[in-house]
Design a protein around this ligand. Structure first.
Ligand code: MG
Length: 297
């Protein structure tokens, strides 16, 4: 099942996509008060996974839309906390980064965080002026959305705590990232978190999910790899991070990017106005965003 947010005639809706038809979640009985997909995730936290599928079969008078008629938005626009990010989780990416910043090979998952007051949608433009940093870079990532709040999660229980998966572009401002000893500032410029086109329910992918991911800039392939090459798997990360720290339903974890980022080329291939970055993950979908000159505030 695919969960999405979309705009239709200037109004925002939450939907479930099946084939090319979107079902308006708010017209399902008992679901009319939800404002965000995080509300839905929390509502489903302790319900069986087939609850919604059964409702779609049983319910009458569900409003529907055609996928082609709507504008897709970020499935979660405002994360409940900062986004939990994993760094250096593919060996070749560690090697390309270590050429341009001082790094030690990880012996545990590398955590950092990304502030985002508004995640951009799957086809939204990325505003950019160069005023804050001229070294803007792309990072395709496999995103995991937590479905059940928990702490000290056991390996055998990890799957129960996952709601679904999405495509994420962890756009990064490399000068700021390198200037400060912590990466937080360089990861947190406005308009540098992009997610979509929807959240695919975890039941739709085999577990653990082994899929290819790819990024292109103006149709030139830059990154291509598989989640089978994670240094730390989704299970490793959720078990380790939740040890003494609560993961909450709705939390977003992005699992690291493969080699091929702009910073890794010599000379670097940073993004510029007019570029289109396309990030795709097998069995999930594609997001594609153009860099535009940021309008003045
Ligand atoms: Mg990243």
């Amino acid at each position: 099942m695919k969960y999405l947010r979309f705009l239709y005639e200037n109004k925002t809706y939450l939907g479930i996509l099946e084939k090319d038809i979107i079902y308006n979640i708010n017209t399902l009985p008992g679901y009319n008060n939800l404002s965000t997909l995080v509300d839905l995730i929390k509502m489903l936290e302790d319900k069986p996974t087939d609850t919604l599928s059964q409702l779609l079969v049983d319910a009458h008078d569900i409003q529907t839309f055609k996928l082609d008629d709507v504008k897709l938005l970020a499935p979660i626009e405002r994360p409940i906390h900062d986004i939990i990010c994993i760094g250096l989780n593919y060996k070749a990416h560690y090697e390309e980064c270590s050429g341009s910043m001082p790094l030690q090979e990880p012996t545990s998952p590398v955590y950092f965080s990304k502030r985002s007051s508004k995640i951009l949608g799957p086809y939204e433009d990325i505003p950019f002026t160069g005023e804050y940093d001229t070294a803007l870079d792309y990072e395709v990532e496999f995103a995991v959305i937590i479905g059940k709040t928990g702490r000290d999660i056991l390996p055998s229980k990890v799957k129960e705590h996952i709601f679904g998966y999405s495509v994420f572009n962890d756009v990064s401002a490399r000068t700021l990232q390198k200037k400060h000893q912590q990466w937080y500032r360089g990861k947190s410029l406005d308009g540098t978190s992009i997610m979509g086109p929807w959240i695919v329910g975890c039941e739709d992918l085999a577990y653990p999910p082994i899929v290819d991911l790819e990024s292109k800039v103006n149709n030139e392939r830059r990154q291509f790899n598989s989640t089978s090459n994670f240094i730390y798997t989704i299970e490793d990360i959720i078990v380790d991070f939740s040890h003494g720290c609560t993961l909450e339903a709705g939390d977003i974890i992005i699992t690291g990017t493969p080699a091929g980022v702009g910073m890794g080329f010599s000379p670097p291939k940073y993004l510029k106005v007019g570029d289109t970055i396309t990030c795709s993950i097998e069995q999930i979908g594609t997001i594609s965003n153009k860099i535009i000159t940021s309008p003045k505030k």
